[in-house]
Ligand binder design. Structure first.
Ligand code: CTP
Ligand code: MG
Length: 243
């Protein structure tokens, strides 16, 4: 069933999905690889479309696959598809270029984080709506982290309590994201990094284990299991009356 986006929502989501997925091994571009029979991008767009604040979704697809991605997503939700670029940053810029100026909040969400629950999208959007210029979903770091020299000798143990692993969607006041992209001279792996370089504070909100990025084959195997798990933040449907 085609999901109806909320025409009165205040959020556009830009979805970079034009990467090759080299670390996943040989095959189709990553966003088009299958997870339980459906492309990662379909899983991602379905969850974005289920977030009530979202009024527009723009996907940056591999240039050769724009028409195929349009056809693939048409039954999922009303989505705009543009051709991505050689770098993630270029793909984000191409998608951002078609977001109308009147949309006040823009989220950037990796197609590769295809199981991100709508609750995370809403939490990020709400923090921007509440006044933050830039918002990132984060998780505490669970491993012990060491700093090491080029020849693999430990230099020290990093204080884990001040570290966070960063996920997407990252949310921005639209004008702030546009300014950061225009100012970014060198390449950056996340959009909040470009905002940081402008000296603008970036706020953290809780992320989700379900928002893992599918990067290597192990992640795909993990995602297959996670697909069967309910979003821990969505209360289960109330049971019907007992008879
Ligand atoms: N991406 C993109 N355009 C690019 C490169 C990446 O839109 N030129 C997107 C990917 O499709 C993905 C997100 O950015 O949704 C995060 O990138 P990553 O996980 O690195 O995906 P890939 O670049 O596809 O994977 P790899 O680096 O293993 O090739
Ligand atoms: Mg990449």
């Amino acid at each position: 069933m085609t999901a109806q986006l909320n025409a009165r929502g205040d959020v556009a989501v830009v979805v970079p999905a034009a990467g090759a997925g080299l670390r996943l091994g040989p095959g189709a571009p990553k966003a088009l690889r299958l997870l339980e029979g459906e492309p990662l991008l379909v899983h991602a767009v379905r969850r974005l479309a289920a977030a009530p604040s979202v009024r527009m979704i723009v996907v940056a697809a591999p240039r050769a696959d724009v028409a195929a991605v349009q056809a693939l997503l048409a039954p999922v939700a009303s989505v705009t598809v543009v051709a991505g670029g050689a770098e993630r940053q270029e793909s984000v810029a191409a998608a951002l270029a078609v977001v109308p100026d009147e949309v006040p909040i823009v989220l950037v969400h990796d197609a590769a984080r295809c199981l991100t629950p709508p609750s995370v999208t809403e939490r990020v959007a709400a923090a921007v709506r509440g006044g933050a210029d830039a918002v990132i979903p984060v998780l505490p770091v669970v491993d012990t982290i060491k700093e090491v020299s080029a020849d693999d000798v430990v230099l020290g143990t990093v204080d884990r309590s001040v570290l966070r692993a960063v996920q997407t969607p990252q949310g921005f006041r639209a004008a702030v994201l546009r300014a950061a992209h225009e100012a970014a001279a060198d390449s950056h792996t996340d959009d909040a990094g470009a905002v940081e370089k402008l000296g603008i504070p970036v706020r953290c909100v809780p992320g989700s284990d379900l928002a893992l990025k599918i990067t290597r084959p192990l992640d795909l195997a993990l995602a297959t299991h996670l697909l069967a798990m309910p979003d821990p933040e969505t209360p289960p449907a109330r049971p019907g009356p007992l008879v």
